[in-house]
Write a protein that binds this ligand. Structure first.
Ligand code: FAD
Length: 415
């Protein structure tokens, strides 16, 4: 059965385009992704068929600008549509985000920055090739930036380097938790550009390169048998002196650090998967207490006051989560005010922590039979735990930044 929209278009004032895209995504996710989610989770298998469906539905280029042949969704529109995927399959929503990020960074986000016109022009020319690959050939892009050090949190230069050589770059390094490893066609890797061997690595020289998965020297290693988000296949990626041509540049050297600084809401794109999970936990609980979960006996449990109280508490938490998230994604823009940025951190923290809280409340409320592997709730519970771990805005780092932001103005110290 098709569920109601997470964000009702009338109630939340969605534009016709937002209403249309979220409806299309909800239909695809409900009919195709949800029935496959248990297998992808059980086998820790990448949802390749789901990406083929997204391509066929014309949604693989959801954030490719319209003038380049894509759907042209902006950050908020994409987030609303992606939450509908998260509700059906968290791993598909999370990996789709990695793919879509390559288009958002190079498209809607950069287009709204007042970069030097020559850089804009070069950037537009460079991205076209990647967009064509996605639109025409159904190519998918991963987003490996984590390295296990302080770089992914934004504190240090990336240890993966790209050395300038004739006709391109030579990439060397290691990325951990690279979702889509072994399944993406291109790895959109963040690395530190070096114009000469021996140059001092600097975060200012960060590069964003699309490394072809089949290039010599690209290797995927290690196993993948995690608690949750198992279908993301986030294994370790090695780049061993990999040559990539100049056309691999998704952004010119040095543009990424200023884009990341000026467009911080971009890091919220990891949340829709978990917003969808939060909604799914609530939906499951209501259906279960009404005796309406397919594959379970039609036993009603809704008449107990404790159940009514628990579901009421879940509804309060879900509404708080949705309200704060919707506000934060609605005000996303370049160079946000400090107040807006703090709200984004609060929203990120809220979605990631509340998804897990709602999942545990759902299990406690529904009871023992609800956590059997034949039902989706235990997968939602395991998947939901992963949200708070996503750098650079982990739940801990959000609190860290909020605490400092609340008590200190720029430049203030305590002597
Ligand atoms: C399912 C899943 C999919 C993922 N997919 C991707 C992907 O596609 N691409 C990708 O790049 N990464 C991906 N990640 C990685 C993720 O973003 C984190 O990098 C990873 O979880 C870090 O794990 P760690 O234990 O090495 O963190 P550590 O670096 O050991 O940090 C542990 C915790 O300490 C805190 N911490 C870290 N640095 C600081 C600091 N400087 N100051 C204060 N506190 C700090 C944070 O709260 C962090 O959670 C994925 C992770 C998961 C769970």
């Amino acid at each position: 059965m098709m569920p109601d929209p997470i964000f009702d278009p009338d109630a939340w004032g969605l534009t016709p385009r937002q209403a249309d895209l979220t409806a299309r995504m909800r239909a695809l996710a409900t009919e195709k992704f949800a029935p496959r989610a248990a297998r992808h989770d059980r086998e820790a298998a990448f949802p390749t068929e789901n990406f083929a469906d997204l391509h066929e539905a014309g949604l693989l280029g959801i954030c490719i600008p319209e003038e380049e042949g894509g759907v042209g969704a902006d950050l908020k529109t994409y987030m609303l549509a992606a939450a509908e995927i998260g509700r059906a399959c968290g791993a598909t929503a999370l990996t789709f985000n990695m793919h879509v990020s390559s288009c958002l960074w190079t498209g809607a986000l950069l287009d709204r920055l007042d970069l030097d016109p020559a850089i804009h022009e070069a950037q537009r020319a460079a991205r076209r090739l990647h967009y064509r690959r996605i639109l025409d050939e159904g190519r998918i892009y991963a987003q490996p930036f984590s390295e296990g050090g302080a770089a992914a949190a934004g504190f240090k230069a990336f240890g993966t380097t790209a050395l300038k050589v004739e006709g391109g770059w030579r990439v060397t390094g290691k990325k951990i938790f690279a979702s889509l490893s072994g399944h993406a066609h291109y790895y959109g890797a963040l690395c530190t550009g070096l114009l000469h061997p021996g140059d001092e690595p600097s975060r200012r020289n960060t590069m964003y390169l699309a490394v072809p998965a089949d290039a010599d020297g690209v290797r995927v290693e290690g196993d993948w048998d995690p608690l949750g988000m198992r279908g993301t296949v986030s294994r370790t990626l090695l780049f061993e002196d990999v040559f990539v041509p100049e056309e691999a540049e998704l952004m010119p050297m040095g543009v990424y650090p200023s884009a990341a600084r000026r467009w911080p809401h971009m890091f919220m794109t990891l949340t829709p998967a978990y917003m969808g999970i939060a909604q799914a936990c609530y939906d499951f609980t209501v259906a279960y207490l009404r005796g309406e979960v397919p594959g379970t006996p039609p036993v009603k449990r809704r008449m107990y006051a404790t159940k009514q109280m628990a579901v009421a508490q879940m509804r309060v938490m879900l509404e708080q989560t949705k309200g704060l998230w919707f506000q934060a994604i609605s005000e996303a823009r370049p160079d946000p005010s400090k107040d807006s940025l703090m709200r984004a951190w609060a929203a990120q923290h809220t979605v990631m922590e509340n998804a897990n809280e709602l999942a545990q409340l759902a299990i406690r409320t529904c009871g023992g039979q609800s956590m059997l592997r034949s039902l989706p709730l235990e997968r939602l519970y395991r998947d939901s735990r992963c949200g708070s771990l996503m750098l650079p805005w982990t739940a801990e780092l959000c609190l860290d930044m909020l605490g400092k932001g609340a008590l200190y103005e720029p430049g203030e110290t305590d002597g």
